[in-house]
Design a protein around this ligand. Structure first.
Ligand code: IPE
Ligand code: IPE
Ligand code: MG
Length: 243
């Protein structure tokens, strides 16, 4: 967007993006699905940089769901390798990410992830913890329902220990147990690829999110598409149940 547009637009504080359509993108070109994931990973880098540049405070990228383990082992392995590449690169580019002010966080369950991936995640979260310009949440092995199950277990443990009364449980306490604790709920959720569903993305947090869909397949998604989503968001009248 131009400087003038940037000055006039009301930016969402938190944007969630479901990075979908990699497989179809590859199929259209007669390529392996893994090539689609590779192209999608590059789009992720580009969109992440662009969103930060225009001043989005918080971004959540849905890269792999708790349900995506159902896919052929070869495809899952290819996706995990791309995740490794990104994490390695983020480590190597620590200075660059610090300059950009990226705080990189992982959201999802670590159960089931390879130990080397978990170690890299922990290192990057530590390295970037003090940066404040843009929070980048990587949702890998993430499921909204799975996240709620973990939150319920944590609260139930406090009840069992006698430190919490069931009647004291509030919406805020549930929010505080989620992977996104402390972050604003997503104002805008973007899903490319023509599917009109959330597929277990930010189930609790999306209660009042504005949803934006596009037929573009994720590897073809451009900064101009992000602009379009933000301009459309500006036309929305968010009432939160009020008048
Ligand atoms: C999104 O692209 C990436 C993941 C879910 C891991 P898909 O792989 O779902 O692409 P389509 O939906 O099959 O085109
Ligand atoms: C959602 O896409 C998950 C990610 C993009 C990571 P899917 O391709 O897994 O969703 P469905 O199966 O079409 O609902
Ligand atoms: Mg898909």
């Amino acid at each position: 967007m131009t400087e003038t547009q940037r000055a006039q637009v009301r930016l969402p504080r938190h944007i969630g993006i479901i990075m979908d359509g990699n497989g179809r993108w590859a199929k259209q070109r007669g390529l392996e699905r893994s090539e689609g994931h590779r192209a999608g990973a590059n789009t992720f880098r580009r969109i992440c940089d662009y969103a930060a540049e225009i001043g989005i405070e918080c971004l959540t990228f849905y890269a792999f769901s708790t349900e995506n383990w159902k896919r052929p082992a070869r495809e899952v392995a290819a996706i995990m390798d791309l995740f490794r590449d990104y994490l390695k690169e983020a480590q190597e580019r620590e200075a660059e990410n610090a300059r950009k002010g990226f705080r990189i966080r992982y959201i999802g369950t670590r159960e089931g992830l390879a130990p080397d991936i978990v170690a890299m995640i922990e290192l990057i979260e530590r390295q970037s913890a003090a940066q404040t310009a843009t929070v980048v949440n990587l949702a890998v092995n993430y499921g909204g329902r799975d996240e709620i199950v973990h939150a319920v277990r944590a609260l139930a443990a406090q009840v069992a220990a006698g430190t919490l009364q069931p009647a004291e449980i509030t919406e805020q306490q549930i929010s505080d147990q989620l992977y996104t604790a402390g972050l604003p709920d997503p104002d805008l959720i973007i899903r490319p690829s023509g599917e009109l569903r959330l597929s277990n993305f930010l189930t609790w947090q999306s209660a009042y999110s504005e949803l934006w869909f596009s037929d573009v397949l994720w590897p073809d998604f451009t900064p101009e598409d992000l602009d379009r989503a933000i301009f459309d968001y500006n036309e929305r009248n968010r009432r939160f149940g009020g008048v």
